[in-house]
Design a protein around this ligand. Structure first.
Ligand SMILES: NC(=O)c1ccc[n+]([C@@H]2O[C@H](COP(=O)([O-])OP(=O)(O)OC[C@H]3O[C@@H](n4cnc5c(N)ncnc54)[C@H](O)[C@@H]3O)[C@@H](O)[C@H]2O)c1
Ligand SMILES: O=C(O)[C@H](O)COP(=O)(O)O
Length: 409
């Protein structure tokens, strides 16, 4: 069981993977000065060492927060994913350790949608090959295999925040948009849902993937699905590297079944900009290869920095867990003049009763209380008279099922 009640200067933030400086500025403006800022991710052992002292950690898509890492992170209160995806975090382990996880679900959606649309146009015109040839002194002035995207069918797999935004932008260019999602989604504009993935693959000129990394999406585009795609069509993947079987794609490119592809995410990505990028797709000029930069625009990164830092600050300052991806959500008022006790526990019956029994035995005057649970944990927030919090928190530790308890002054 972890307890935390610290002065702000002692609350330690570890920010990895060069999150935008706007995050540092937001934290500092909120009074948090104990910040270690690193431009890269860390190898496992170093990560475990550094995270052992951290109360908050900020990562992007590269840092893997495994169960082992959470076991080494005794003081950790919350994780900020300065990106959309949270598949790099073992959310079950985070929850079991009472660590709240936050992300930025919208800030880079526009950046990804713009990139995908630009790639669709470039590939439909055969620009990557013509560009590569010109760099080698060649000159391929020809309209052969060059097409407008107007009137062509765009098949979007995963009609969430990015997929649906791409849908609107593509329609404004005159594309015929269809989509496939496992959840029933409201079609925007004139887009049409496709009853099956096969039908979408078989009828689309451009297929773009916008699904999260899950057990169901792993290798969802393999040899069979690529063969189902129209001859001469285009595949774009800016979702996660485990969604497309890269060897099968390389084979489809070799066989000239596809006219082009744009791939931003890979099953194994270099750990840093100094490491070599290895892929069987390197040999194809008609495959646009980008280093996982779908969301990497200055606008998106700056917004993400502010958004996620603010979520961490609110959770640290007053316990608000709104929009956490794994925690019961609580939007809490200010607690001026009171101490606030935050109690995270396994979701077993009777805990609220035990907590309130302790307050009652100690004659504590409760001025406000909030309880929210999800399927695995409960979160009880209690505001009480300042002079009672020290005794009460000691007793909270003894409640069976307690995961974490902290007091805010
Ligand atoms: N390349 C980048 O830099 C970059 C940037 C941002 C996000 N991403 C990735 O893009 C993904 C999508 O982002 P988003 O913001 O649109 O997420 P989102 O959660 O808003 O949308 C994902 C959609 O996929 C659907 N889906 C889930 N499983 C599916 C399946 N098996 N078949 C069909 N549809 C399925 C969901 O129902 C949802 O509508 C993220 O999870 C992230 O991994 C990559
Ligand atoms: O999930 C995301 O938002 C993207 O994959 C971007 O990740 P990044 O912050 O590592 O660029």
């Amino acid at each position: 069981m972890a307890t935390t009640s610290l002065d702000k200067s002692k609350i330690r933030f570890l920010l990895l993977e060069g999150v935008h400086q706007s995050a540092v500025a937001s934290l500092q403006a909120a009074g948090y000065t104990n910040i270690e800022y690193l431009k890269t991710s860390l190898p496992d052992e170093e990560l475990k060492q550094k995270i052992a002292d951290a109360h908050f950690v900020g990562i992007r898509s590269r840092t893997q927060l495994t169960r082992e890492v959470f076991e080494a992170a005794e003081k950790l209160i919350a994780v900020g994913c300065f990106c959309i995806g949270t598949n790099q975090v073992d959310l079950e382990a985070a929850t079991e350790h009472g660590v709240a996880v936050f992300n930025a679900p919208y800030s880079n959606t526009r950046s990804v949608a713009e990139l995908v649309l630009a790639e669709a146009i470039m590939l439909a015109r055969g620009i990557p090959e013509k560009n590569a040839l010109a760099h080698r002194g060649g000159w391929l002035k020809s309209a052969a295999n060059s097409f407008e995207v107007r009137g062509k069918r765009l098949g979007i797999i995963g009609y969430g925040n990015i997929g649906s935004q791409l849908s609107v932008l593509a329609e404004s260019l005159g594309m015929d948009v269809v989509y496939h999602d496992v959840v029933t989604k409201l079609p925007l504009g004139n887009a049409n849902p496709m009853p099956s993935l096969e039908e979408l693959l078989a009828t689309s000129d451009v297929v773009s993937l916008h699904v999260p990394e899950t057990a169901e999406t792993q290798w969802m585009i393999g040899e069979k699905e690529l063969a189902t795609m129209k001859k001469g069509s285009i595949l774009i993947n800016a979702s996660r590297g485990t969604v497309v079987d890269i060897d099968a794609l390389a084979k489809a490119m070799q066989d000239k079944h596809l006219a082009g592809a744009a791939i931003d995410v890979f099953p194994v990505e270099p750990r840093s900009n100094d490491d070599e990028f290895i892929s069987p797709l390197r040999e194809f000029d008609n495959v646009i290869l980008t280093p996982h930069i779908g969301g990497s625009t200055l606008e998106a990164q700056e917004n993400i920095g502010v958004e996620v830092a603010d979520k961490l600050i609110r959770y640290s300052d007053n316990g608000t867990s709104l929009s956490s991806v794994n925690f019961p959500e609580a939007s809490l008022p200010a607690h001026a003049g009171h101490h606030r006790i935050l109690h995270v526990h396994h979701n077993i019956p009777g805990i609220l009763g035990r907590i309130n029994q302790i307050y009652s035995e100690q004659g504590v005057n409760i001025s406000g209380q909030f309880l929210q649970t999800n399927e695995s944990i409960g979160y009880v927030v209690t505001d009480l008279q300042a002079d009672h919090s020290r005794e009460a928190i000691k007793k909270m530790k003894e409640i069976e099922g307690t995961i974490r308890c902290r007091v805010l002054y």
